[in-house]
Design a protein around this ligand. Structure first.
Ligand code: GDP
Ligand code: IMO
Ligand code: MG
Length: 445
């Protein structure tokens, strides 16, 4: 009997920290080896950057594989879609010569981020930011104000939710919106927001127009993905946000509202996890976080400023300065465990050039003085932990033109070796700059 062909290798890309690890760059890179790229969670809170040939693209809803015209990009059911933002993103890409046609599919069952979700998100954050509870801290999350939480809340409420498929049903849409608008208007006024009552007629008209534009792309993406797999096509799953922001496994309540670890893939796409044998965990060579919440290795000092400056650490979605600190391997190991990571990509290593010493957090000192190597996925518990560091020598040379890991300065190689030893995982990729070609592949990734 002839040997049967090797099954296609489906891959998941997930962030192992608090987001912005460089997932967009790696998704773009690995798209070359896959046929289909799928977003399974989150919404326009994500900002994924791809840099190639001197051009920079910031993607929020469209998968980062869109620069390859022959690949199919799928926005699956687990995503919350803001139609206005999506259409804007499509138009912007079109103006830059990226054609969007048969290469984009959107799930009819993805939920819609409505304008009132964004208003609600912002109003709630403003309201909570005025509610100081202790030590000058308030109760706001520091969300991206993209309406993500309120949209997922409506998904769970069910009766007040709108799905992408509803945009193609004008009568149903109007009937739903008449009820929803009355409820939302009351809720917004409870948040001290002095807005005119929401108008269901106007909202319906806008949504029908969006539906007409998006109609050619809307489909049942679950059957589509299973059909692709049956044809032997390989799928790349693009995680948005990151494991430590996962609604169930992150630093609750300072998280986003979806399962952004790889555990979100089955529910967010209809593809069982058993098909995904390769999970590439993306981590920065240090740590960043945007918004509120505990961050044990944060450096609110010269080191933090230096990292922010060299790494251009400002949000891709909101432009907010990112909080910066040393690499927390307790956190990375935890995320790798939750996500079933099979290999790592270490990003932005070039940012650490020029430091005399570099620290890696290998454990936490607990309030009773003992040391633990376990992460605490809870904001209150984690904020009581003190990082325990291992200190490594730094390197002075710029490394953004390096082409091989073995040609990096000795101390940079030592740093990478230490990450592999402490995580027990191979570094499949090391990134030394934003461009596609500033990438060192240690082993075939
Ligand atoms: P994502 O949300 O995980 O896709 O990450 P973002 O795009 O929000 O943020 C990562 C930033 O780092 C982007 O500006 C990338 O262009 C940039 N970047 C990615 N890899 C590297 C790298 O190895 N070195 C440097 N200096 N920048 C990088
Ligand atoms: P990518 O995919 C960094 C953070 C927000 C906030 C919290 C909740 O680019 O890595 P939300 O608007 O989701 O309700 O905000 O989660 N957050 C991110 N931080 N990168 C992201 O996405 C993020 N998505 C959400 O800053 O603290
Ligand atoms: Mg980002």
């Amino acid at each position: 009997m002839p040997p049967s062909p090797a099954p296609p290798r489906h891959t998941a890309i997930v962030g192992l920290q608090w987001g912005d690890e460089g997932k967009g760059k790696i998704v773009d890179l690995l798209t070359a080896d896959h046929d289909v790229v799928v977003r399974y969670n989150g919404g326009a809170n994500a900002g994924h950057t791809v840099v190639t040939g001197g051009e920079k693209y910031a993607l929020h809803l469209i998968p980062s594989g869109i620069l390859y015209p022959e690949k199919v990009c799928v926005i699956a059911n687990g995503v919350v879609v803001d139609p206005e933002t999506l259409i804007h993103e499509m138009n912007t890409l079109h103006q830059r010569g990226i054609e969007i046609g048969d290469n984009l599919r959107i799930s009819s069952r993805a939920h819609v981020v409505m304008p009132y979700h964004k208003v609600h998100d912002a109003a709630l954050e403003t309201f909570l930011s005025k509610t100081v509870v202790e030590n000058g801290k308030d109760l706001s999350i520091g969300t991206t104000r993209r309406g993500i939480g309120p949209a997922y809340a409506d998904k769970v409420h069910r009766s007040t939710a709108i799905r992408i498929g509803d945009l193609l049903e004008p009568d149903l849409l109007h009937r739903k919106l008449r009820v929803i608008c009355a409820i939302r208007t009351a809720e917004l006024s409870a948040l001290n927001l002095d807005t005119p009552p929401l108008d269901p007629d106007e909202l319906t008209d806008d949504l029908i127009a969006h539906g007409q534009r998006l109609a050619p792309f809307i489909t049942d993406t679950t059957y589509l993905l299973h059909d692709f797999m049956a044809e032997g096509r390989s799928i790349l799953f693009e995680g948005a946000n990151a494991c430590l922001l996962d609604i169930d496994h992150g630093t609750y309540p300072y998280v986003t509202s979806s399962n952004c670890s790889s555990l979100g893939i089955p529910a967010g796409t209809g593809v069982p996890g058993v098909h995904i044998k390769r999970v590439l965990g993306i981590m920065k060579a240090y740590t960043t976080r945007v918004g509120a919440g505990p961050f044990p290795t944060e450096q609110e000092n010269e080191i933090g400023h230096r990292i922010r400056k060299r790494g251009h650490e400002y949000g891709t979605t909101t432009g907010r300065p990112r909080r910066c600190g040393w690499l927390d391997l307790v956190a990375v190991r935890y995320s790798a465990m939750i996500c079933g990571v099979t290999g790592l990509a270490c990003m932005l290593l070039d940012v650490l050039s020029g430091l005399d010493e570099i620290q890696i957090c290998t454990g936490y000192r607990t309030p009773d003085g003992s040391i633990t190597d376990r992460f605490i996925p809870d904001a209150h518990g984690l904020s009581a932990m003190q990082p325990v560091y291992e200190t490594l020598p730094g390197w002075q040379e710029e490394i953004d033109e390096a082409t091989q890991r073995s040609k990096l300065p000795d101390n940079a190689q030592r740093y990478l070796d230490r990450i592999e030893i402490l995580t027990g995982l191979p570094l499949n990729i090391v990134s030394v700059g934003p461009d596609r070609n500033q990438t060192l592949k240690a082993v075939p990734a």
